[in-house]
Design a protein around this ligand. Structure first.
Ligand code: PGA
Length: 249
């Protein structure tokens, strides 16, 4: 049986002191969670978060990783560096990285491979823009993103991947995809996985929804058969809201 996974994406928020405060508030609130719980913190908070999470059921995540093992890549962090810090999950290909930092399906693929090789699990993000949705390109876009991100990754690698479907227009906007739309697009992504890896892998891979998920809409979204969790931005910055998403799913 696969377990749902709710991951918080803190983005560029929380210094070390705020990291400790948020984690300390969150720990008791999610201690009985039935799903997997992850917080993806800024690089500078990783060590602090690791200590604050000790003995809890919350796993440590990061928000990006470079594809090279080391070298002249100013400002980047390697997968081994994250693994050394006991990071378990890393987000790859978030739409903000694609939009502001030139991330492509090819770099997403390279980062994913490097993360897996270092023993990390990957939250691999795909999703269409508003214009793509309005012009009927959603299926084509998410299919291409998924195919190219998974290029050359074998079945063992796939087991380390969670896919997050995040329609770009729903991120941080308060607009959520309808539960039905989210479900339908995730079904398309799952079909790509089936084509590449077969039925069992398609069934067992976890695909999250992300984009303005919050305590008010989590039940409806998580009731959909294709949705196996959530990637939570804004609502993950408040312990009570994030805990409500974790516990009400
Ligand atoms: P949001 O962000 O929940 O604030 O929409 C989700 C994300 O970007 O992962």
């Amino acid at each position: 049986m696969k377990r749902d996974i709710i991951a918080g994406n803190w983005k560029m928020n929380n210094n070390k002191e705020q990291t400790v405060a948020l984690i300390n508030e969150l720990r008791p609130l999610v201690k009985d969670a039935k799903c997997e719980v992850v917080v993806c913190v800024p690089f500078t908070s990783i060590e602090t978060a690791r200590k604050a999470l000790r003995g809890s059921n919350i796993q440590l995540g990061a928000q990006n990783v470079h594809w090279a093992p080391k070298g002249a890549f100013t400002g980047e962090i390697s997968a081994d560096m994250l693994a050394e810090q006991k990071v378990k999950y890393v987000i790859v290909g978030h739409s903000e990285r694609r939009q502001y930092f030139g991330e492509t399906n090819q770099s997403v693929n390279a980062r994913t491979k490097a993360a897996i090789a270092a023993g990390l699990k990957v939250i691999l993000c795909v999703g269409e823009t508003l214009e793509e949705r309005e012009t009927g390109k959603t299926a084509t876009v998410v299919t291409k993103q998924t195919l190219e991100a998974l290029e050359g990754i074998d079945k063992l690698g796939l087991k380390k991947i969670v896919i997050a479907y995040e329609p770009v227009w729903a991120i941080g906007t308060g607009k959520t995809a309808t539960a039905q739309d989210a479900n339908d697009t995730i079904a398309i992504i799952r079909k790509v996985v089936r084509k590449l890896y077969g039925k069992n892998y398609a069934r067992s891979i976890r695909i999250q929804y992300g984009g303005s998920m919050n305590p008010g809409n989590v039940k409806e979204l998580m009731a959909m058969p294709e949705i196996d969790g959530g990637l939570i931005g804004g609502a993950s910055l408040k312990a009570k809201d994030f805990a409500a998403v974790v516990n009400d799913r």
